[in-house]
Design a protein around this ligand. Sequence first.
Ligand code: NAG
Ligand code: NAG
Ligand code: NAG
Length: 540
Amino acid sequence: MLRTMLWAAVILVVCVRGCFNAAPGPAAGVQVRADLDRAAREVDPRFLSVAVDASLVAEEKFMYMLGSPKLRTLARALTPSYLRFGGTQQDFMVFNMEKVFTQSHGYDDPQKPEDSCEKMELPPLLEERLKKQWTQQQVLLRKEDLQRKYRRVKFTEYSVDLLNSFANCTEMDLIFGLNALLRTSDNTWNSSNARSLIRYCESKQYRISWELGNEPNSYEKKAGIRVDGSQLGEDFVQLREILRKSKLYHDTGLYGPDISQPRDHRKDLLQGFLSTGSEAIDACTWHHYYVDGRTATLAEFISPEVLDSLGAKISEVLESIRLVSPGMKTWLGESSTAYGGGADGLSNAFVAGFMWLDKLGLSAKMGLDIVIRQVLIGSGTYHLVDDNLDPLPDYWLSVLHKRVVGPVVLTVDILPAPDHQNQTKKVRVYLHCANRNGGYSKGAVTLIAMNLGARPSRLSLPAELSLSTVEAFVLQSDQPGEEGLYSRSVMLNGKLLQMLDDRTLPELKGHIVPPADHLILPGFSLAFYVFTEAQAAACL
Ligand SMILES: *[C@@H]1O[C@H](CO)[C@@H](O)[C@H](O)[C@H]1NC(C)=O
Ligand SMILES: *[C@@H]1O[C@H](CO)[C@@H](O)[C@H](O)[C@H]1NC(C)=O
Ligand SMILES: *[C@@H]1O[C@H](CO)[C@@H](O)[C@H](O)[C@H]1NC(C)=O
């Protein structure tokens, strides 16, 4: 044990000196090939988006955690972004106004929507108490989830106000997931409860877009109710009609059907849905997880085959959609590493970053427009912040992605260097124009690279890239070797990432590397290399 740690330390030292440039070292190699002249496609500027799991509302007081200044600071750094409020619990939630609506005055409400963001903040003492109770609440929620016993819960306007305040003050675009399991005797959607919620939100001028139902393919298991695709499509048409009549929501977004990834009959559900409902929606949503959280292993989290499995699912879904609704925008409406709430010790550790970064790269490349990460906060272990609301490694990865990766996707691939056939599977790369909002000049490109293996890898660069200075952002665990994959902390260019205080993120600075014909990608690392002077025609 001690000896492996010593070795790891030696490798780490070598890396600190040679990670970014000309280390002759033991690195196996790949050759990067890129097309800088043509854009392959373009994603939405909110491409990387996040969710708040609706289980937060199972006991309404936990919604107050959304008032945490720390959480708000973290969320703000992830914009532009959608904020989806949804998940299993959404189909067991009923809106229950506490205040009274009167025709003449509207809602009797002394609190105005223009209440300042500071006023809605959670006081530190209350935040501490809620965080402690939340730890216990999560145990309860997990038990219910395992037993598939879902309680119907009531939520009031306070939850809606807190959600809106969070979205408004962080400048995220709120998507609210409505309950599709409220049904009439002839199994059509009963929209009565949704209408009172929409009426309330309208009276408060809340900017919201909408969804209806979560993973309808498993309604039978969750609630003993079967809803087929074409019926669900008609339910969406009904919701679109309601929205169309609203002054505020007549042209707002509506997304669905939020089905699980394709398997067996789920594809029929998707096609049935689109045959009746495609006119009602602005984007078609589906969910994806790689593995089962209860049985997942470390090896799966860094397996090229597991990462590749997403590509097959994306092709399948896009093909289904193309047949019925060509041109329809497609989103991963809910997505993370492992279903069943995540894999504890993996989904919340440094190693989760490989699945997350590869999902972002592959989804953008293959034709998806938005990927919504399950979750920013909510029960499970795949969150971006821990129980103390401190950022986990995937949070830092997300912030960096947001800052340096632009929406234009370029084509890139890798070839094995002549004597290193095996390395191509361990190294994965994606290429985008650099993010102009991140201050990068025209023509700059960002190479996303990850090394699934323990050994460093030498990336030989094409001529167009080798003439540019590089700003390198290399994320590694704070601990060496395979043990480090389990860490809850991450280093950027060798420096541990931590908030400076509850309202301040550290400066996320790149390491400047002079032009060279190759880069050394450390073992078990996730990297963004910004080629600031690439002058890529596709990014001008
Ligand atoms: C926040 O709310 C104010 C007042 O309702 C509104 O003018 C503003 O556009 C909102 N901003 C966002 C980002 O939702
Ligand atoms: C719809 O639900 C409301 C209660 O939320 C109920 O009063 C109404 O009768 C239901 N309508 C139908 C057609 O089932
Ligand atoms: C690839 O890996 C296998 C098993 O790890 C090894 O036997 C083989 O020699 C390697 N091939 C090359 C070209 O490195």
